[in-house]
Design a protein around this ligand. Structure first.
Ligand code: ZN
Ligand code: FE
Length: 253
């Protein structure tokens, strides 16, 4: 068989953890809590081998130690964040690869939300796991990094193929859409808001999104566009200045 599967596991209020499996081997990305993860593993008879973290926040590492103990799983995260990732065993750096059986995960540094956020990119599956660096229609709050760092992180993500699926750390799409609309109201965002509402009423995740869709709708991805700069100020401001203004407006929204 050898099929690669990605399952979305809702945790806490609005977090998403992800269970990736190849036949009976599994890994979890950002276990926010243990209950829903253990339920899924047991229901599907999966053997947890690895825990991967995108950053150190509690709502992404909350299940680390208990899952490590129960399954004897190994924990991987950014080497630069080894003091803050509970139970870390495998130290990853930018451009290094992590292997899950024959599947290759590329490590991309995406600082901004925290200074050491990383994303996991699986080229063969057209998928990237971004944690709280970017969300559908949004990006993470800047707790540790600068707007300049975050804009550069977004540019790295934006440069991936359009059909790349983005799996992010939270279901924030509905509130992010309202913010986008407050600055750049148009037909596409109106339609998107209707689609989001339909999904959320049935409790279906709006995730994954794609690079193409984020380029089209996510205002944080559009800080280099003249039409967006005009809405914020005028088209002569730099991309970084435009991004800074969008981020501050979101923080106050
Ligand atoms: Zn976070
Ligand atoms: Fe988070």
């Amino acid at each position: 068989m050898n099929t690669f599967k990605i399952d979305i596991i809702p945790c806490l209020n609005d977090n998403y953890s992800y269970i990736l499996s190849i036949d009976k081997d599994a890994l979890v990305i950002d276990p926010a809590e243990v209950g829903p993860i253990i339920n899924f593993l047991e229901k599907n008879n999966l053997n947890l081998k690895y825990i991967l973290n995108t950053h150190h926040h509690f709502d992404h590492v909350g299940g680390n130690l208990e899952l490590k103990k129960k399954y004897k799983a190994l924990i991987a995260g950014s080497e630069r964040d080894k003091e803050r990732i509970p139970g870390i065993d495998i130290f990853l750096n930018e451009d290094e690869k992590f292997y899950f059986n024959q599947y290759e995960f590329e490590i991309i540094n995406v600082p901004g939300h925290t200074s050491e956020c990383i994303a996991y990119y699986i080229k063969s599956e057209n998928a990237i796991f971004t944690g709280d660096a970017v969300f559908s229609l949004g990006c993470g709050r800047l707790f540790e990094g600068s707007p300049k760092q975050m804009w550069h992180s977004i540019c790295k993500i934006k440069s991936l193929p359009d059909n790349t699926l983005i799996y992010c750390g939270h279901e924030y799409t509905a509130s992010n859409a309202k913010f986008v609309q407050s600055i750049n109201d148009n037909e596409q965002i109106k339609l998107k808001i209707i689609r989001i509402k339909e999904l959320r009423e049935k409790n279906i995740p709006t995730i994954p999104t794609t690079i193409a869709e984020e380029k089209e709708l996510n205002i944080f991805f559009q800080a280099d566009q003249d039409n967006i700069k005009d809405l914020l100020s005028n088209r002569n401001i730099s991309d970084e200045e435009a991004f800074t203004r969008i981020r501050s407006a979101k923080d106050a929204f």
